[in-house]
Write a protein that binds this ligand. Sequence first.
Ligand code: ADE
Length: 288
Amino acid sequence: MVADTYDKPVHIAVIGGTGIHNLPNFTHVATLTPTTPWGTPSSPISILTHPSPTTGLPIPIAFLARHGLSHQFAPHEVPARANIAALKSLGVRSIIAFSAVGSLQEGIKPRDFVVPDQIIDRTKGIRPFTFFEGGIVGHVGFGDPFDEGLSAVVRKCGHALEGEGVVLHDKGLLICMEGPAFSTRAESNLYRQWGGSVINMSALPEAKLAREAEVGYVMICMSTDYDCWHATEEDVSVALVMENMAANAANAQRFVGAVLDALSSEEHKDLVQAKHLVGMGTGGISTA
Ligand code: ADE
């Protein structure tokens, strides 16, 4: 039976995006519906367990669907503060976020994976983007927006799956745009001139809020299209994104599953449970 409470801390979370709705081969033990001072998260949080590869003991993972269970939240409507605060309240210290992205480079083909190391913020400031307001003043370093330790584990897992059809690019500049309309051709070409590798609508403010909350954050991107800059390839459309996502869903799930296995081993216990303190906040957010 699936419970509605879970009384142990959960250190690892997956935020699933377009195409990643669940994690097969995990045992669903609880469904939680937390509320936070910033509202309710975009979906109930599923607590899934799987055995640690080193101890065999069940390791819990929190799974949250970024766009809601029926994809009811457009990127600019995702309650990102509630999502991060709810995960933090469960004890989460490490987030593996997943996102479909458009490719801005010939060499990043549809269905390739990218673990970006940089972001340019092209959201328009209309999304609530900080916990630090209303008398809580804080500043965090964001020079390296993704957690390096988690990224290293993700890259290793991705490369280990190369024989099974996973193509992984180790680094990349992610452009996070506002949407919901896709880019114009002029914008797409501008982002290419800036050195952009991939583009999505979902990394921000999620990554910044995780940093403010002292939670490690890494994003696994899966390319679904060549946006609209390519002379001979089809322009991005929802149908194209969904088609490539569906065609490569098994690889995406295998990849995320391998990362969760690795992070559940004794070797990475300290990394997963570390407080990701960066810059000078006021002690992060408290949701207790
Ligand atoms: N997500 C998937 N493809 C995208 C694109 N081309 N632009 C923005 N977000 C995307």
